[in-house]
Design a protein around this ligand. Structure first.
Ligand code: MN
Length: 359
């Protein structure tokens, strides 16, 4: 079916109202609705369904990134076994967290179930993304909690061979804990695991405003590997109109090939009120878009990306998810990030008439 960019998304159509077969898509979105180790409010397991529903509102022409749909975007079937595994692992994780927070040891069988679930998700996401990268396609993981990024980053890092991979990490949280609530593969440990297990990764964090002593010690101990732009240190640039200057510095820390991992809570909570662990402060939507725009203009190549921790308002029923504000922001951000990834691989830039005074 031809795409009508002027009309509404057809009922029952795919992500962004497109019907590109997965086999023909240059960008493949892999939904991973996993939240076993979520520590505060659960809900991101409904993120992919909500983003899919909300994506039908996204206009296909975009002033920042042009016509990403022409690159071919499709969402694959994900992992049919995942929802059941997620439910079982989440229940086991809750029992572990209850034990740990009351000073007891977690039940060993539950701890093992969570660990094995996390390892399986890591392994299967890595396999899926590796196959896409081998095919010169762009893997896009849609979470789920932040733990789902690990497998995608592992695939991208391995695809680099001897070359370095920059990981541009947008988040309120440093995610550098050695383990959290007893889980080695927690969302709160994902970047620690990336840095420790993928020697060619260079991690650059932006927007961080929730962290512990041990995470700061880890950052200090990794001067060539980890650079953290704390939100408090970015505030001056944000408030004084120096955002592009600080973006240039951030980008300068990254090698040519970049994996982009966006925890939606890196944005201001007004953009993600239902996410699991919202924190005041953070980047505006425009600041994140400007950072990505400058990244592409600087000649960096986006090899893969993810958007995680999007959660719809828990009051919404399954058939109402398209009206979720969190998912609306998530879908629009996802479309732009896909667009930037395609621009970074030579897609044509947008060609809009510019009004007087606009450069
Ligand atoms: Mn976070």
């Amino acid at each position: 079916m031809a795409i009508d960019v002027n009309g509404p998304a057809p009922k029952g159509s795919g992500l962004f109202g497109l019907d590109t077969p997965v086999a023909d898509a240059r960008v493949v979105v892999v939904p991973v609705p996993f939240q076993a180790t979520v520590s505060f409010a659960a809900g991101t397991a409904r993120g992919p369904a909500a983003v899919l529903a909300a994506s039908h509102q996204v206009d296909l022409l975009d002033a920042d990134v042009g016509r990403p749909f022409e690159g071919g975007i499709a969402q694959d079937a994900g992992f049919p076994w995942l929802p059941e595994l997620d439910r079982a692992a989440r229940q086991a994780a809750c029992r572990c967290i209850d034990a740990v927070t009351s000073g007891a040891a977690p039940p060993p069988a539950d701890a093992q179930l969570v660990e094995e679930a996390c390892l399986r998700v890591n392994r299967e996401v890595t396999e899926r993304c590796t196959a896409l990268l081998r095919d010169s396609r762009v893997p896009v993981v849609l979470g789920g909690d932040h733990s789902v990024s690990y497998g995608a980053i592992a695939a991208a890092a391995a695809a680099m061979g001897e070359r370095r991979l920059g990981v541009l990490h947008i988040d309120a949280h440093a995610d550098l804990r050695e383990a959290y609530e007893g889980f080695a593969w927690s969302h709160a440990s994902v970047m620690r695991n990336v840095v420790e297990r993928m020697p060619n990764v260079r991690l650059v964090q932006v927007g961080i405003r929730d962290f512990c002593d041990a995470e700061v010690d880890f950052i200090k101990a990794q001067p060539g590997r980890v650079t953290t732009y704390f939100d408090a240190h970015l505030r001056g640039a944000r408030l004084s109109g120096q955002w592009p200057t600080v973006c240039a510095a951030i980008i300068n820390e990254l090698p040519e090939n970049v994996y982009l991992t966006v925890d939606i809570d890196g944005l201001e909570p007004s953009q993600c009120p239902s996410t699991g662990t919202p924190v005041p402060g953070g980047l505006s939507f425009d600041e994140l878009v400007a950072l990505c725009d400058l990244l592409v203009h600087a000649g960096k190549r986006i090899v893969g990306l993810d958007v995680v921790e999007v959660a719809p308002d828990p009051a919404l029923a399954d058939d109402e998810l398209g009206s979720s504000w969190d998912a609306n922001v998530g879908a629009r951000l996802l479309y732009k990030l896909i667009g930037f990834a395609l621009l970074s691989r030579g897609a044509p830039r947008p060609d809009l008439p510019k009004a007087p005074g606009i450069r």
